[in-house]
Write a protein that binds this ligand. Structure first.
Ligand SMILES: CN(C)c1ccccc1CNc1ccc(C(N)=O)cn1
Length: 246
């Protein structure tokens, strides 16, 4: 899968390309990340990418032309059909389902805004989708674009490897994750639950599913409301509720 980014801070994307799961995906050639800097598409001596807002007001806006030419350069490499995504507080909030949708694309181009945002006409003429990573304001779209890219890259086949993708299901199927433990068996008097030491994989599967259901019920009832429960899941959740009632 190919990713293009338009940003005046290209070096920020080393956080994605140089580390961990996403870095290995790039190394393995499963994913590519190219960044185009709008400054390279200016024609004035000062490489101006921002200007004052019509109608007055504080701050600056990103000019249309440098962004337009940068997007065109990205499309020339990634394909003219590439979907162009703008990160902004006005966008549709990112969910795992949205990440799954984006992961079906062959290539995506992300536009990271800076200053107070971008000229509306660029949005009207060049942007296919607006996405927000949540209801808060950041200094630029770069971190938001990396959050989206990270969530999508994990869904590209082979990135997590077969065994890991099963782990991914714990959230992807709409539940919060179960508790996890590793050595030592006891820490400050707190033991690892016996079932996890039992080697009984069916019992372990049931325990993990029960914990995921219970935690979702306690912390995110809204997620539970959106999800149909199998007979087994319903029974496990009832058991969890009885346990916590003591
Ligand atoms: C400078 N700002 C406020 C701005 C204004 C308009 C567009 C982009 C930006 C860049 N900032 C962003 C981007 C995304 C998110 C998000 N929630 O996804 C939060 N902030």
């Amino acid at each position: 899968m190919q990713f293009g980014v338009i940003s005046i801070f290209p070096e920020m994307y080393q956080a994605l390309t140089d580390f961990g799961v996403t870095g290995r995906a790039v190394d393995k050639g499963l994913v590519s990340v190219d960044v185009w800097n709008p400054r390279d598409f200016t024609i004035d001596k000062y490489q101006t990418v921002d200007d004052r807002p019509y109608g007055g007001g504080p701050g600056m806006l990103m000019k249309v032309e440098p962004l337009k030419y940068a997007i065109e350069a990205a499309k020339a490499k990634l394909g003219s059909q590439s979907k162009v995504v703008y990160l902004s507080p006005q966008g549709e909030t990112l969910t795992q389902d949205k990440a799954q949708q984006l992961a079906q694309e062959a290539s995506l181009i992300f536009l990271a805004g800076r200053y107070e945002g971008i000229d509306e006409r660029l949005i009207e003429t060049q942007i296919d989708e607006e996405i927000s990573i949540g209801d808060y304001v950041l200094s630029g779209g770069e971190l938001a674009s990396m959050v989206v890219m990270d969530s999508v890259i994990r869904l590209v086949p082979e990135v997590l490897g077969h065994d890991m993708s099963a782990v991914e299901d714990s959230f992807v199927d709409g539940l919060l994750d179960c508790p996890h433990y590793t050595r030592p068996e006891e820490h400050e008097g707190r033991k690892v639950p016996d079932v996890l030491l039992s080697g009984n994989h069916e019992k372990i599967r049931q325990w993990r599913l029960k914990q995921a259901l219970g935690r979702t019920w306690e912390k995110r009832p809204d997620l539970l409301a959106k999800r149909d429960l199998s007979k087994e899941e319903d029974a496990l959740l009832q058991e969890y509720k009885r346990d916590v009632q003591g």
